[in-house]
Design a protein around this ligand. Structure first.
Ligand SMILES: O=C(O)CCC(=O)C(=O)O
Ligand SMILES: [Fe+2]
Length: 262
């Protein structure tokens, strides 16, 4: 517990250990450890659009278990390779050069999240992770054999069969915007288990803080105009970080806020 406290994150430092996350203003039944792929990463100092100040965030690695840091970093490197490969394939599928998006990730803010869902005595009353769409370009998710992940399909929650030997790839909101909705991000949630604890590990692939996310020029035309107004990734991330840890009176920021009406 002391190691967890030492690595605790807050509204200012958005990486490290946390057990009070809110998804859409409702507290989740889980604890997480978040760490950046690039150990020191630049993000805006404040969500305020007029503030140009940046700050560097670093991973608060716990000292124990002693192998934790090395194992996490090695896992992250392998998952990162896979995520960039998948990004290339998505580019090709959109008729773009494979490396079209790579430049947006030179100062990537990508991070991994280890989710731990303890057994929950009120498993029918609460969720491990409330319904949401990932805000990133894509997510590579590994899970154990307990099960709990559900995806919304045709208006119904469909359980994803747990398979510790498989990886689940989620399309995220940034992919939806860049592709001008040729790809749609997937809504999902995690239910909790009355008896068993569950672990999952996600890699969130996200661009550099200064990137303006908007439909790619090659994919828009007069017949298919941009469906989103540009938004600054760093400011979006900073705004989310402020609202993910406590209840707010307003909904947290969503790509829907930038959607051009039909
Ligand atoms: O634990 C899971 O299966 C899903 C976690 C998730 O959706 C997330 O961390 O964004
Ligand atoms: Fe998610």
């Amino acid at each position: 517990m002391d190691e967890k406290k030492a690595a605790k994150r807050d509204e200012v430092n958005p990486v490290g250990y946390h057990d009070g996350e809110h998804t859409k203003n409702v507290r989740d039944w889980k604890e997480v450890y978040d760490f950046l792929i690039d150990d020191s990463t630049l993000i805006p100092a404040s969500p305020d659009p007029d503030c140009q100040e940046l700050r560097t965030i670093t991973n608060p690695w716990p000292e124990n278990p002693s192998q934790f840091r090395v194992v996490c970093q090695e896992y992250a490197r392998e998952m990162e390779k896979l995520a960039f490969k998948l990004m290339e394939i998505i580019c090709l599928s959109l008729g773009l050069p494979g490396g079209r998006l790579k430049g947006y990730f030179e100062e990537q803010t990508s991070f991994l999240r280890i989710n731990h869902y303890p057994p929950c005595p009120f498993s029918d009353l609460t969720l491990g992770c409330g319904r949401h769409k990932d805000f990133d370009f894509l997510t590579v998710l590994a899970q154990d054999d307990v099960g709990g992940l559900e995806v919304k399909r045709n208006g119904k929650w469909v359980p994803v069969k747990p398979d510790p030997t498989a990886l689940i790839i989620n399309v995220g909101d940034i992919c939806q915007v860049w592709s001008n909705e040729r790809y749609k991000s997937a809504e999902h949630r995690a239910v909790v288990n009355g008896e068993k604890e569950r672990y999952s590990i996600a890699l969130f692939l996200v661009p550099s803080h200064h990137v303006m996310v908007k439909p790619l020029e090659e994919l828009v035309s007069e017949e298919d105009p941009p469906k989103y107004l540009p938004y600054n990734w760093g400011k979006f991330y900073a705004t989310r970080n402020r609202s993910d840890y406590k209840k707010q009176n307003v909904d947290n920021i969503q790509i829907h806020d930038f959607r051009v009406p039909n």
